[in-house]
Design a protein around this ligand. Sequence first.
Ligand SMILES: NC(=O)c1ccc[n+]([C@@H]2O[C@H](COP(=O)([O-])OP(=O)(O)OC[C@H]3O[C@@H](n4cnc5c(N)ncnc54)[C@H](OP(=O)(O)O)[C@@H]3O)[C@@H](O)[C@H]2O)c1
Length: 316
Amino acid sequence: MKVVIPGGTGQVGGILRRALAAAGHEVTVLSRRAAGAGEIRWDGETLGDWVEALDGSDVVINLAGRNVGCRYSDANLQEMMDSRVRSARVVGEAIAAVSHPPRVWLQASTATIYAHRFDAANDETTGVIGGAEPGVPDYWAFSVDIAKCWERAQEQAYTPHTRKVALRSAMVMSPDRGGVFDVLLWLARLGLGGSVGGGAQYVSWIHERDFVRAVEFLIERDDLAGPVNLAAPEPLPQRSFMRALRDAWGMPIGVPATKWMAEIGAFALRVDTELLLKSRRVVPARLRAAGFAFDHPTWPEAARTLTHQVRTTRTG
Ligand SMILES: NC(=O)c1ccc[n+]([C@@H]2O[C@H](COP(=O)([O-])OP(=O)(O)OC[C@H]3O[C@@H](n4cnc5c(N)ncnc54)[C@H](OP(=O)(O)O)[C@@H]3O)[C@@H](O)[C@H]2O)c1
């Protein structure tokens, strides 16, 4: 297949690029700083020569958007919104403009669209969309708004010959340097992998292998469209999540952090506490109903596999 990945230079793009190329597909990445073979320059917001890459392609997977690992200042939140909505909109316009549009458009979205909750898991049908939860900082609603506008940009695109799927993904765990697992493992190795703010908030995650398999599954399955949760079936409270990671590495200590300590830590890491404190309890109902089976359904096993990979690939 010919696969085009706008925004494919980041963490998730790296995972998909590697896997799809290894499976024999022709992968083209659209980037604002295209440099190497297989990369084409675009600006993420206006039509240009890059549109030709979509003509005759089979699949488009749009991952473009400002990284969420930052402080949620007004300017950063606005850039997170604009980069996502504009890139989704222009990808839709490009698909509409070409004479041989792709069969399917997978559009990145996020599990963060769901409400901060503890009582039950969010699936695609009965899940509660966030933004109106009591007792959480007002600005948390903005991340939900971003996700809603992002999905709406795809929904509103007129692409009659192209199936549209929104990937409501949880954190994708891979052993790659700089990825989210790398950061969490680094904290655990420093002895800082304890509970945060009590640790009752749920963590949703997906192993990179299952992420790739789910993407391949969604490409194949012509009957699936709309929002699909990409998350392992067993999200777990943050304190259990970090305990399993410490156990997998063999680190006996994990100093707990209160909310104010998390504030200081998040400030030092230049991220926002919402990433640490929001309860993301998301389950993959549509994937499972469609017959998708996870290779890594439980976190303790996935954490052992990932730490083993880190240990064997990073000697010294
Ligand atoms: N990583 C996860 O676990 C996870 C989980 C759920 C959802 N997601 C979503 O999946 C997508 C990919 O995630 P990722 O972790 O690979 O993100 P990433 O590492 O930040 O990569 C996203 C790419 O978007 C492009 N980009 C950044 N700012 C942009 C802008 N203003 N306009 C157009 N393009 C811009 C960049 O490409 P260039 O600089 O090359 O143009 C960048 O490589 C993101 O939208 C993210 O929100 C990720």
